[in-house]
Design a protein around this ligand. Structure first.
Ligand SMILES: *Cc1c(COP(=O)(O)O)cnc(C)c1O
Length: 364
């Protein structure tokens, strides 16, 4: 089955086979070595040249665990976050923040609208108890790339901390983490890094991490300070999903061999193939080209065709697409091109899509 949903993704045989390694105990040196390798490869991939300024903290859990751990760990007493919300994942951040009342201002936009950096700057100036800003990098809701570098720059200029949910961004979109002084960037194994779901991570600026370990604990299990201190000692506080970590390690080797820039370009080519063919079929994108990501496209459903029918006919042919969310659920469908996909897979999908259209409309 070819997965055209935004994670879990199709993985290579090499990554799948890494699940079949030896049984190892997480308190043994083999596991320390594995954790060390993953942490080192993450830094090599995402903060090249600034590896010594960052640390990678590994968590067993889906991407949301990394986002929630970042939120629960990033604030000194009495300080709060400005949070930007322009999609389902921005909304999730707002919900996490609400559980502990850690927000000071929500800056909300419609799903097709990128946040305006000037508004964020104004909010920072107006809120003296704001410690920083949290924002999604790639809003997976519609496949929209938010202006992360611009926002990072001005948060940095105000001395604030900038936290990024790049769970669906890392490996699919360029992100200059070190150059722009991003303080925490949350990611996951199971999207554009092409591993399995079950491991997530946060890349943290080291100088900031030294402060974070002293902040009050707002969560016991998702406290990044605990994970950091254990991992610096070559261990981990809780039982990790060892086999999934082994596969993640392999996926990172594969990413480094392909090259992050080449990975991003491959995704861009796949997305372009999909968009070009859909355009010839008269299927319209929800977002204008300038906001679209490399890894996901939201399309309006062709008239008279429901998502359920389109989904089921494509699945019969071996392809899984993804539904829209919220108020767009009955109007759109999404096609992600994350994972170990090549042009032949995408061509196969487009052929199947065309076949379904012809069949459903009985046109020739
Ligand atoms: C997938 C995703 C997450 C996390 O989702 P999980 O199901 O917990 O892995 C968070 N943020 C964004 C932008 C995502 O695309």
């Amino acid at each position: 089955m070819i997965l055209l949903n935004p994670g879990p993704v199709n993985v290579s045989d090499r990554v799948r086979n890494a699940l079949m390694g030896p049984d190892i105990c997480h308190r043994e040196s083999e596991c320390s070595e594995l954790l060390g390798n993953i942490r080192r490869k993450l830094l090599g991939a995402f903060v090249p040249g600034a590896e010594s300024d960052y640390t990678a903290i590994l968590l067993t859990g889906s991407g949301t665990a990394a986002v929630e751990a970042s939120i629960m760990s990033c604030l000194p007493p009495g300080k709060r976050l400005i949070h930007v919300n322009n999609g389902v994942y921005g909304e999730r951040i707002s919900s996490i923040i609400a559980t502990q009342r850690l927000g000071i201002a929500e800056i909300k936009y419609k799903w097709d609208t990128p946040p305006d950096p000037e508004t964020i700057l104004r909010s920072l100036k107006q809120q003296p108890s704001a410690h920083g800003v949290i924002m999604v990098h790639h809003e997976t809701t519609l496949g929209l790339v938010n202006p992360v570098p611009e926002v990072a720059e001005l948060v940095d200029s105000r001395g604030g901390v900038f936290i990024v949910d790049s769970v669906s961004g890392l490996g699919g979109e360029p992100l200059d983490i070190a150059g722009r002084h991003m303080y925490m960037v949350a990611g996951t194994a199971g999207k554009c890094i092409q591993g399995f779901p079950g491991v997530s991570f946060v890349l943290v600026r080291k100088g900031f991490m030294e402060n974070v370990v002293k902040y009050p604990k707002r969560s016991w299990y998702l406290n990044l300070g605990n994970y950091y201190m254990a991992q610096e000692n070559g261990t981990i506080p809780f039982t990790p999903a060892v086999q999934v970590y082994a596969a993640f390690d392999e996926a990172l080797s594969e990413l480094l061999e392909e090259g992050v820039t080449n990975r991003i370009q491959r995704y861009g080519r796949m997305a372009a193939l999909i968009r070009e063919r859909m355009a010839t079929l008269g299927v319209r994108t929800v977002l204008p080209p300038e906001h679209q990501s490399n890894s996901l496209t939201a399309f309006y459903l062709p008239e008279g065709l429901t998502y359920a029918v389109l989904h089921d006919r494509l699945k019969e042919r071996g392809y899984v697409i993804y539904a829209g969310q919220g108020h767009l659920e009955s109007e759109i469908f999404r096609v992600a091109n994350m994972g170990a996909l090549q042009e032949t897979h995408v061509e196969g999908f487009l052929g199947a899509f065309e076949e379904v259209l012809k069949h459903e409309y009985r046109v020739t």
